[in-house]
Write a protein that binds this ligand. Structure first.
Ligand SMILES: [Ca+2]
Length: 143
């Protein structure tokens, strides 16, 4: 009888553990959805992994953050130099920088057009002499 009770306790703890896993997975999934008007930065390629949604400027015009060193992804890791894909669901083109706190004279590393997404920042379409550029795990500011 005792072993039957132990088995029942063991099985119910398994159910609790797997339910908790499902909740954790769905919470991460929900956080990764990038809605209209949002700028979403993902830790891994193809809009997967942990996410950070860049808040709008105080004037509300568009998302902007000139220093990622004080921002954390949903999983608690620093955002700085960890972006691998990005979704711009805003109606603004945004400038991407590989250095924090770019000064006015610093040219943007890349211009992300309105409603443009890049699934792999190691293979970004570019203009000029370099058809592709690699800025994977290098972003430090966006505005
Ligand atoms: Ca910041």
């Amino acid at each position: 009888m005792k072993s039957v009770r132990r088995a029942a306790v063991f099985l119910s703890s398994l159910v609790v553990a797997s339910t908790a896993t499902v909740f954790a997975a769905s919470a991460a999934q929900a956080a990764a959805t990038c809605y209209d008007g949002e700028l979403c930065i993902y830790q891994t390629h193809d809009y997967t992994g942990s996410v950070y949604k860049v808040p709008k400027r105080p004037d509300g015009r568009h998302p902007c953050d000139l220093d990622f060193r004080d921002n954390t992804l949903y999983n608690g890791q620093s955002l700085d130099n960890r972006a691998s894909s990005i979704k711009n669901n805003t109606h603004n083109s945004l400038q991407l920088y590989v250095d924090p706190e770019p000064v006015q004279s610093t040219p943007a590393t890349y211009i992300l057009a309105s409603e443009q997404s890049v699934a792999d920042l190691s293979n970004v379409p570019a203009s000029g002499p370099f058809p592709r550029m690699n800025i994977d795990n290098q972003l430090s500011a966006i505005c």
